[in-house]
Design a protein around this ligand. Sequence first.
Ligand code: SAM
Ligand code: SF4
Length: 326
Amino acid sequence: MLKDNFGRAHDYLRISLTDVCNFRCQYCIPQENTKFMPSSRLMQADEIDVIAKVFVDLGVSKIRLTGGEPLVRKDAKEIIRSLSKYPAELTLTTNGTEVKEFITLFKDSGISSVNVSLDTLDKEKFHIITKRNLFDKVWKNIQLLIDEGFHVKVNTVVMRGINDNEIPDFIEWTKTTPVHVRFIEFMPFDGNQWNDSKVFSYKEILDIAEANCSFIRMKDAANETAKKFKPYGHEGTFAVISTMTAPFCSNCNRLRLTADGKMKNCLFSKGEADILTALRKGEDIVPVIKKCVSAKAEALGGQFKGDYHKIDTSKISNRSMIDIGG
Ligand code: SAM
Ligand code: SF4
């Protein structure tokens, strides 16, 4: 088991398949730089397979594919098929555009839960946030996943003045639809124009929810990042991922691999361990992985703590979210 110096056991690996995306979400991709990595720098399908096996042998029991947009990678199907043979729960986070082509493969690969990002229920606003006019396609694919029996979590980054007014509509959606909406506090990454005033906090989200419906707090699963709530009589649920105002680092079990094969022990870690180069040199990657886990900071990559209003983004050293793999 991969334990860090704070006794946290790590059994969840998030693998970014690509830094390429067919969307340009304003909070994720730096607007001034849309250059993607050359494919030779990316982990190739067979390399992903080998690295994933090492992690599974070290105790990883859940793998999430992410990106960029994981499903726009040309060999995404091959990668999903190959990872499905490991005794680990396989899942993914997607913007939803390509889902229809993957439904059968998801089922054949034992994928039963899918996270789809959707920040607004308004077509025009969707176009403004993502720079793509694809709301209808994403909406239909979310419905398709639900109709096909998948557990669908919808990730919604709440940004003040942009979509905070839609919180009641998202909760209303859960009334007759078995969908699980997760409101995410806006986080700072390289080039995403973050500032504290744009964060719509956990407390503010709950205040709005309370004004609109009655609900109960659900029991947290082990290592849960989302605080989950069940409105009475609703088919679905809503949750809040409160990274900025109430971080959940003390029971974090997550590790990350960027598309170019660098391991990050935290979304906000400064350091990266170069797993891919070690693999390509024929070295044993187990010590590299263990050293990276040991170096994990107690909270938020050691880059900030306390009141998020006081964060100085010029002092944070990290990549952009699209580059790390969310
Ligand atoms: N393209 C896929 C998608 O959009 O679902 C997967 C990659 S995306 C980077 C993964 C998740 O990170 C998405 O749910 C997205 O909303 C979230 N995300 C990106 N930037 C964020 C930010 N600045 N704050 C909070 N969440 C963010
Ligand atoms: Fe692409 Fe997802 Fe980032 Fe949007 S959030 S730009 S869909 S990677």
